[in-house]
Design a protein around this ligand. Structure first.
Ligand SMILES: C[S@@+](CC[C@H](N)C(=O)[O-])C[C@H]1O[C@@H](n2cnc3c(N)ncnc32)[C@H](O)[C@@H]1O
Length: 258
């Protein structure tokens, strides 16, 4: 269950990667764009302003996130779809854009192959994926989860499925020979460890909020907060830097491997 309000609490920090990915595509002139896992429309809004003449379709599995997207962008077509299933009935696209979505589906390699099959000549697949496993917050979460080994086995299928840059390169390389990859580490100044926790609750910790009982949640978040306090030191002015590492990939259809 996605909560648009919690997700938007750190809206500026979550928007920046979409802006950066759209900017990397600015000399393309896509006429038709698919925003997969569009959520509340934050990435879609970015596409609307980068490519004002394009027809844009947003797809997501969360009714609540889509509701917010429709309110914010009434002219865009938003559809409730499970993107782990084929989307070919939506037609072909000049750009398939995925911001912070891919990690939420298990069959990412199949998804990427299907996306390439939906690209028009000269089209592109562009994605931003958090490299959560490379951040200290990830080991804090794993440590805190150890309190509930049985429950975590149940929650595991609902958690994100993480891969590294090399894995994504391999997934794209079986579709195209024209691939760009880069990593950006955003460094968010936070006021408190509680803010880091709240940031994580907006996305990475959604499964914990959904499947842990209230008393389990209280124990889990208390333990996690202590670990975050220990891992992220305060700066001289009292702020805490929260580095967040993100992978960007762009694959071009004109070098498609068929
Ligand atoms: C972190 S949000 C990203 C939203 C948006 N792209 C943005 O940049 O703000 C991840 C989104 O993926 C969606 N999602 C997760 N699994 C999905 C699936 N199987 N099919 C479609 N959307 C899915 C969630 O509902 C959520 O809105």
């Amino acid at each position: 269950m996605w909560d648009a309000q919690m997700y938007h609490r750190y809206g500026a920090q979550r928007l920046q990667p979409s802006l950066d990915l759209a900017r990397a595509l600015e000399n393309k002139k896509p006429r038709r764009i698919l925003d997969v896992g569009c959520g509340s429309g934050m990435s879609t809004a970015c596409l609307v302003s980068a490519f004002p003449d394009a027809e844009i379709v947003g797809v997501d599995l969360s009714q609540e996130m889509l509701q917010k997207a429709k309110e914010n962008l009434p002219t865009v077509q938003f559809l409730l779809r499970d993107c782990s299933k084929p989307l070919s009935d939506l037609g072909t696209f000049d750009l398939i854009f995925s911001n912070a979505f891919l990690q939420w589906i298990p069959n990412q390699e199949t998804f990427i192959a299907r996306a390439f099959a939906m690209l028009r000549p000269n089209g592109a697949f562009a994605a931003q994926i958090p490299l959560a496993q490379e951040m200290p917050s990830f080991s804090c979460i794993l440590e805190a989860e150890k309190q509930f080994p049985e429950k975590m086995k149940q929650i595991q299928p609902h958690k994100y499925v993480l891969h590294g840059a090399g894995d994504y390169y391999n997934m794209l390389a079986s579709c195209t020979s024209d691939i760009s990859l880069w990593i950006t580490e955003y460094c968010h100044p936070m006021d408190s460890p509680e803010q880091i926790l709240a940031f994580l609750q907006g996305a990475a910790l959604r499964p914990h909020l959904e499947y842990l009982e209230p008393e389990e949640q209280a124990l889990f978040f208390e333990d996690l907060l202590t670990r975050l306090k220990n891992r992220y030191p305060r700066q001289a002015n009292g702020k805490i830097l929260f580095p967040f590492r993100r992978l960007f990939v762009i694959g071009k259809a004109d070098a498609r491997i068929v």
